[in-house]
Write a protein that binds this ligand. Structure first.
Ligand code: NOJ
Length: 557
């Protein structure tokens, strides 16, 4: 069955983390005018939609994911006029722009929270989740996702408030219809400005289990895991259907929900074609494989068989029923080439291209995170002072403080999975500070910017950037890639990721070698003759019966 076409299914999305993209005024922090300056670069790359990580007013405890005013622009990033200028320049180039919607929580400096904490009877009290102490302590054992308790005691009224993230990010109370109304009004306000949709931060967390049970103690964390009780909660679909009715249905938007705790079955509920909620979900199963005794803090490599199983399950279970989002990287995860490929000089380019083929020839909307198209790598630093992320600092303090791990071990974990790996400045050129800023960047530029940068890659027909351009063009031109069904081949191979796509009798075969060794590869039956090679990351002839290190090829027939 053919899928119904939609612009958001055929678009390529590029995520911008504004602090680190391009600084136009020399204060070391990326800004809106910096983004406007570089729109032609994105257009040439083949981007259709830009997703802007938060640019709203914020004290910056979590780099903008702690919003104190939803209708103002953060001063460091510019003004509302700058935003409007950016939006019109995006539209003038035939691209679209979606904003980050962060409404599971606000900043504690948001006027709603400032009011809420004043007294138990304040009209804004119920905008947040307040609970009485239990046995002189927090209401339950839930851990904050940034470590420590998820509850903060507030002296003024003698109660605790919930903050699943930092104490400066109190959770909104979605049970309160006034909260929901205020959020919908704000969304509509942005809609009237002409934005093209939202990426919805931790949207699966809006509805909490009203009994607030204790969570399981695990991953070396002294606090309990509340995730089963604060994700996919009892009223989540009621809330999102309401949001859809009240706001989303009034606009021709793209909506993508961040699905913490969401598997394919849940995704069908959030984004099934008949669910009337969101267009699609981000899931994290493929980037959270192989956790260690401390959960995400590990140095483990991923087993390719597991990676294939997870990605394939998403492809097949959503087939004809919902739409996938395809991503390797965002501002919360390490660089893909360091994690799933090989970032050594010998194989960085080849493996970065292979990863692009592997994911972006699947069915779903591709998301590219800034710098991924250059093959940017993890930061590789042993000094905690080089890092900036609140999560990194809190986990370092907690895990080394309790003697669970040494400084060296913790730094190895942070280098492998920490969020700052993706937050170093965009590498524009080999000039000072990688051409990101004239000043001192808020976080250091990766030392490899002289070898990896956009200016050099633009000049080279063989670069990762040039390859991304060709790949995205190919994707756009082939309905079998956009809409074809998916079938995994060789599920048990520990080194090859091979799959087929099919639409109305046209077929594509995608074969990727995930190792730095040659691997024997026999073409599946029906592919020996009459195949046409569409793209590959090695120049020249194919090698019969073999995939070379990190080779990736796409054929059609
Ligand atoms: C998910 C965002 O992507 C992350 O950066 C942030 O820290 C949390 N949600 C809290 O908003």
């Amino acid at each position: 069955m053919r899928e119904r076409r939609a612009w958001w299914k055929e678009s390529v999305v590029y995520q911008i983390y504004p602090r680190s993209f391009r600084d136009s005024n020399g204060d070391g922090i990326g800004d809106l005018n910096g983004i406007t300056e570089r729109l032609d670069y994105l257009k040439e790359l083949g981007v259709d939609v830009i997703w802007l990580s938060p640019v709203y007013q914020s004290p910056g405890d979590d780099n903008g994911y702690d919003i104190s005013n939803y209708r103002e622009i953060q001063q460091e990033f510019g003004t509302m006029e700058d935003f409007e200028h950016l939006l019109s320049e995006v539209h003038r180039r035939g691209m679209k722009l979606i904003m980050d919607l962060v409404v599971n929580h606000t900043s504690d400096e948001h006027p709603w929270f400032q009011e809420s904490r004043k007294s138990r009877s304040n009209p804004y009290r119920d905008f947040y989740i307040w609970k009485e102490p239990v046995n002189g302590g927090p209401p339950n054992n839930w851990a904050s996702r940034f470590r420590g308790s998820a509850w903060e005691y507030d002296q003024a009224t003698g109660m605790y408030y919930l903050h699943i993230y930092s104490p400066k990010q109190p959770d909104l109370n979605w049970e309160n219809p006034r909260v929901r109304r205020a959020v919908y009004d704000m969304m509509e306000w942005w809609g009237k400005k002409g934005i093209d949709g939202f990426r919805m931060d931790v949207i699966s967390m809006l509805s909490k289990d009203p009994s607030y049970p204790d969570g399981e103690i695990k991953d070396g964390n002294p606090y309990g895991d509340g995730q089963p009780y604060y994700t996919n909660g009892p009223r989540i679909h009621e809330f999102l259907k309401e949001m859809n009715r009240e706001v989303l249905s009034k606009f021709d938007w793209m909506t993508v929900g961040e699905g913490v705790g969401v598997g394919p079955k849940e995704a069908l509920a959030y984004a099934g074609y008949d669910s009337h909620e969101l267009n699609m979900m981000f899931h994290f199963e493929h980037v959270e494989l192989n956790p260690g005794p401390y959960g995400k803090w590990n140095t483990n490599r991923v087993d390719l068989r597991e990676l294939k199983a997870v990605l394939s399950q998403w492809q097949t279970q959503l087939e004809g029923r919902a739409w996938n989002s395809l991503f390797w990287e965002n501002h919360d995860y390490p660089r893909a080439v360091s994690r799933f490929g090989d970032d050594s000089p010998a194989w960085r380019e080849m493996s970065a291209k292979m990863l692009a083929v592997c994911l972006y020839m699947m069915k779903g909307t591709p998301y590219i995170y800034q710098g991924q198209e250059l093959g940017m790598t993890n930061m590789h630093s042993q000094n905690l002072e080089d890092f900036r992320d609140i999560e990194t600092f809190r986990v370092y303090q907690e895990m080394t403080g309790r003697g669970l791990v040494s400084h060296e071990e913790m730094m190895a974990y942070i280098n492998h999975t920490g969020r700052d790996n993706a937050r170093t400045p965009m590498q524009w050129s080999s000039a000072r500070q990688a051409g990101f800023t004239e000043g001192t960047p808020w976080i250091g530029v990766n030392a490899n910017y002289r070898e990896i940068n956009a200016e050099d890659e633009k000049m080279c027909s063989n670069s990762v950037l040039a390859f991304y351009k060709r790949l995205l063009k190919l994707r756009r031109s082939k309905d079998v890639i956009l809409y074809g069904s998916y079938r995994l081949l060789l599920p048990d191979s520990p080194s090859l990721f091979v799959y087929e796509r099919e639409l109305d009798g046209e077929r594509a075969l995608i074969a990727c070698n995930f190792t730095s060794m040659e691997q024997a590869f026999a073409l599946p039956s029906g592919w020996e003759a009459n195949r046409e090679r569409l793209i590959g990351n090695y120049e020249g002839e194919e090698k019969n019966g073999i995939l070379r290190p990190y080779e990736a090829i796409v054929w059609r027939c």
